[in-house]
Design a protein around this ligand. Structure first.
Ligand SMILES: CC(C)(COP(=O)(O)OP(=O)(O)OC[C@H]1O[C@@H](n2cnc3c(N)ncnc32)[C@H](O)[C@@H]1OP(=O)(O)O)[C@@H](O)C(=O)NCCC(=O)NCCS
Length: 398
């Protein structure tokens, strides 16, 4: 349990009187762009310099030198674990990995063509019914539930990934890392060392990203003092959108289309731009330069494509990147390269967003724990621009 999580349910409901705007005045920003909604110690992003830091550690350092479980511990506790603490976390994650049989029944009941992200959203909500401490808002319980969700979400995604193909779920081994166990539960065979390491690094890279739309959605829900399952379910709903986590599915669809049709990648992208269509995997609300996660993933993807004799795939993506930078001044974001990395690892395209959720669960829950240490209800206002002074006519006169 984290030292800074001390306190009680009472402390969690203690509202801090510190408005970000003077009373009577208001900030107006479409899409809340540029608005600082809260203070956080979890993540620092410099969108001009392309810097991403979790709890003081640069993302390059974390991707190179930590596993996903260490990163999750860091996000939750504000410091890296020592050996004993990491062993302890791994043991809890392994113990918590199985999901109730009735959750498997629920996954079985989903139509085969249901979106895996939507199924994950439903199952995450349903997990609450099987957790006796679902509504316990003590910091200790919320920490335990963060770890529990992190343990069970990979099992849910893998089980559904198989069921929808008519295959039976594979029970977790309860002995490996999240990366190892997830790939094992999904494919029914142990992953190779390189695949596990690459996947694990992807999880580290996607674990946290400040007050992005899904984290914000989660914190908004958490700020009403609703439970952690509700907040993570809401966050998954926000992640599903194609402008957020759903972008990686759009990316792979585009790459597969170009690859299959033999179209020139540069022409294809220029065509899209001339039709004012968005090219998935490019642009970012915060980064105005290369997303550092994209830079790391690009290197990983180049290595993978060399290893697998698929250099042409890498060249295709490189052409798209050059065209987007040249034509529109837009840089690739994390989703552009993660889509290709997951493709090289043989993962089905529509699982990319649930995998993003798997990893971002660490960030979402870290933000919720932080939200509840000094909760203040998140409740912006809208500027009313509709009519006024109307009188209700009799129903026969409408
Ligand atoms: C992420 C995203 C929503 C950020 O958008 P934003 O900060 O609201 O930026 P805007 O939508 O205001 O876009 C600014 C300009 O760039 C253009 N643009 C932004 N992203 C673009 C993209 N991916 N493809 C084509 N044009 C894009 C917009 O059309 C707009 O051009 P205009 O000024 O000529 O009208 C946006 O870049 C996007 O839709 N990207 C594709 C989806 C994606 O990859 N999401 C994952 C993010 S990690």
């Amino acid at each position: 349990m984290a030292e800074q999580r001390s306190g009680s349910t009472e402390a969690a409901s203690n509202v801090r009187e510190r408005p970000i705007v003077e009373s009577g005045s208001a900030v107006k920003a479409r899409g809340l762009e540029g608005v600082i909604a809260l203070e956080s110690e979890i993540c620092f992003i410099d969108g001009q310099a392309g810097v991403l830091v979790y709890r003081g550690y640069d993302i390059h350092d974390l991707a190179e030198n930590t596993c996903f479980e260490e990163t999750a511990y860091l996000l939750w506790n504000g410091r890296l674990p020592n050996h004993a603490e990491l062993d302890d976390l791994n043991e809890t994650l392994r113990r918590e990995r199985p999901v109730p049989e009735r959750i498997i029944d629920l996954l079985r009941a989903a139509p085969a063509d249901a979106s895996p992200t939507a199924v994950l959203r439903t199952a995450t909500s349903a997990l609450a019914h099987f957790d006796p401490e679902a509504d316990d808002m003590s910091p200790e319980s919320n920490y335990r539930k963060s770890v529990r969700l992190q343990a069970k979400i990979p099992t849910v995604i893998a089980a559904h990934g198989r069921l929808r193909k008519g295959q039976e779920p594979v029970a977790p081994l309860q002995e490996g890392s999240i990366a190892h166990e997830f790939l094992y539960m999904l494919n029914g065979e142990q992953p190779g060392r390189a695949a596990e390491r690459t996947f694990d690094a992807c999880l580290v890279l996607h674990a946290e990203h400040g007050l992005n739309a899904s984290t914000f959605a989660g914190r908004v829900i958490g700020s009403t003092l609703s439970d952690i399952y509700s907040a993570v379910t809401g966050a998954i709903g926000a992640l599903k959108g194609p402008l957020h986590g759903g972008a990686n599915i759009g990316v792979i669809r585009m790459l597969l289309e170009i690859n299959k049709s033999g179209l020139d990648p540069a022409e294809h992208v220029k065509d899209k731009l001339s039709r004012k269509e968005r090219v998935m995997g490019f642009g970012h609300r915060v980064y105005k330069t290369l997303d550092p996660r994209a830079a790391i993933l690009r290197e990983m993807m180049e290595e993978l494509s060399e290893e697998r004799g698929e250099r042409a795939w890498y060249d295709m993506t490189a052409k798209i990147v050059d065209t987007m930078e040249g034509e529109k001044g837009l840089y690739a974001n994390v989703d552009f390269f993660s889509a290709s990395v997951y493709y090289m690892l043989g993962i089905d395209p529509d699982l990319y967003t649930p995998i993003f959720a798997l990893s971002r669960t660490a960030g979402w829950t870290a933000h919720l724990l932080e939200q509840w240490t000094e909760n203040r209800l998140i409740r912006p206002r809208a500027e009313y621009v509709g009519p006024r002074g109307l009188k209700v006519p009799h129903i026969q006169d409408r």
